[in-house]
Design a protein around this ligand. Structure first.
Ligand code: SF4
Ligand code: SF4
Length: 63
C-alpha cells in the first residue's frame, strides 16, 4: 500500500505542532531523532489538519 502521509525528515524541525492536531495519533515524535514520524497509516483521516500547521511544509498527504 502506498503511504498516505509522509514526513520529510530533512524539513521537519520537531516543533510538535502537527502532533497536537493529529487526533487519530498517526503522527508522533521519534525519541531518538526528535523529529516527526508516521505510524498507523491506515488511521489517517486525510483531513490534513497537520498540513495547515506545519510551517516548513514537511508533511505530504497522498490522496
Ligand atoms: S491528515 Fe489528519 S490524521 Fe492524517 S496525519 Fe494529518 S492530522 Fe493526522
Ligand atoms: S509540524 Fe512539521 S515541522 Fe513540526 S513536528 Fe510536525 S512535521 Fe515536523
Amino acid at each position: 500500500m502506498e503511504p498516505v502521509v509522509v514526513v520529510d525528515q530533512t524539513l521537519c524541525t520537531g516543533c510538535t505542532a502537527c502532533i497536537d492536531v493529529c487526533i487519530p495519533k498517526v503522527l508522533y515524535i521519534d525519541d531518538f531523532s526528535g523529529l516527526c514520524r508516521v505510524r498507523h497509516q491506515e488511521k489517517c483521516d486525510k483531513i490534513g489538519e497537520c498540513l495547515k500547521v506545519c510551517k516548513p511544509g514537511a508533511i505530504k498527504i497522498n490522496r
